[in-house]
Design a protein around this ligand. Structure first.
Ligand SMILES: [Zn+2]
Length: 191
């Protein structure tokens, strides 16, 4: 059944704008879809597509397709199986240490630093890329801990109604803050 729908879509070539393969027990994201250069909307919900890496590679290829809408909820792409990971404390570079000091002093309106930084556009440019810690609210520049929090989608978001939770990227400045996080915040690590 899914094969027949795919063949029909492929026969349409560039003219195929929408492909709907919902609940077809598909176990692999169909890579032949990359041939549909006019594809705008792809529905792959409620299938059995399990592996993240090959699908991400396929998704990269999909970018060439200029997809406007892609629906993949209801597939076992995400395994919610937290594991304990060893905390590997990194040594901050001198630039990171100095940047944090300057950015956080500037946030407190340190007038001497404000005047000094005004003379150095390179520093202004560098610290404009600062990020804010979700726990302590302080700034950091290039070193952080990446976390994820699963939240119910806001009503104002333009997404499918059957999505119950969405992953949100949360950045944290240090293990000190990480140890103070809520139980619904998970660190992301390579395993
Ligand atoms: Zn922090």
């Amino acid at each position: 059944m899914a094969e027949r729908l795919l063949i029909r879509a492929l026969r349409g070539g560039k003219r195929t704008k929408i492909v709907t393969l919902i609940g077809k027990k598909i176990k692999k994201m169909p890579s032949t879809l990359e041939k549909l250069s006019g594809l705008k909307t792809l529905y792959l919900q409620n299938n059995l597509i399990p592996k993240v890496c090959p699908e991400i590679r396929a998704l990269t290829q999909f970018q060439k397709l200029k997809l406007r809408e892609f629906y993949c909820e209801g597939n076992p792409l995400l395994r919610k199986q937290p594991i304990y990971a060893v905390e590997k404390e990194e040594i901050w570079s001198l630039q990171e240490i100095a940047s944090r000091l300057i950015m956080n002093q500037l946030a407190e309106k340190d007038s001497l630093l404000m005047q000094a930084v005004a003379c150095y556009p390179q520093i202004r440019n560098l610290i404009s890329r600062r990020k804010e810690c979700a726990i302590c609210g302080k700034y950091f520049l290039t070193m952080w801990l990446e976390c994820v929090q699963f939240v119910p989608p806001s009503k104002s978001w333009n997404i499918s109604r059957n999505i119950e939770v969405m992953p949100l990227q949360i950045l944290i400045c240090s293990y000190k803050c990480f140890s103070q996080r809520g139980s619904d915040l998970f660190g992301i690590t390579d395993v």
